[in-house]
Ligand binder design. Sequence first.
Ligand code: HEC
Length: 148
Amino acid sequence: MRQPLNIIGAILPILVILAGCGNAWSPSPTLAPNQPNGSSPLASAMVAMDAQLVQTLDAVMTDSSHSWEGRRLMSHDFLALAPTAASMINGHFEAQAPIYHLAIEQFNASPSAKHYNEVVASCTQCHLGTCPGPLDRIAKREMREDGS
Ligand code: HEC
């Protein structure tokens, strides 16, 4: 029985790193800004982006009229930030980063539930081809009610 255990021991750390994409031991989504030592600039920007979505959704839901007016999202230049591993910056990443940026611009020009969800979709699209670990977490950021 030694052999299978050794194999699991060798594979598990790799799986955990893939699942977390750089922040493997974070047990659950944290709502407060979370920049543990050792996070790459790109991972820190992602955590900040995720926190912005949480805050925006929360602000809309607690607003008595669920208004999107005046909401803004700060964009990050993901292409300029260093990742945990160079392999994360593949062709898919480079193609998706400008789409994410456009989705944020569209939201800021005309904030609505629809445009907010397009930002979340741009997160999902990039993650599908670069870093699937946070996909479940990103799915929770979607605005499901008709709040526009
Ligand atoms: C252009 C591609 C791309 C887009 C767009 C993108 N991500 Fe990421 N995301 C990544 C990559 C690559 C990593 C791994 C970064 C690293 O470890 O350096 C990552 C990491 C993360 C992480 C894990 C951070 C950690 O703790 O290590 C979260 C959470 C995350 N992204 C959420 C989001 C959200 C929310 C959005 C949309 C607002 C988004 N991402 C948009 C590519 C993208």
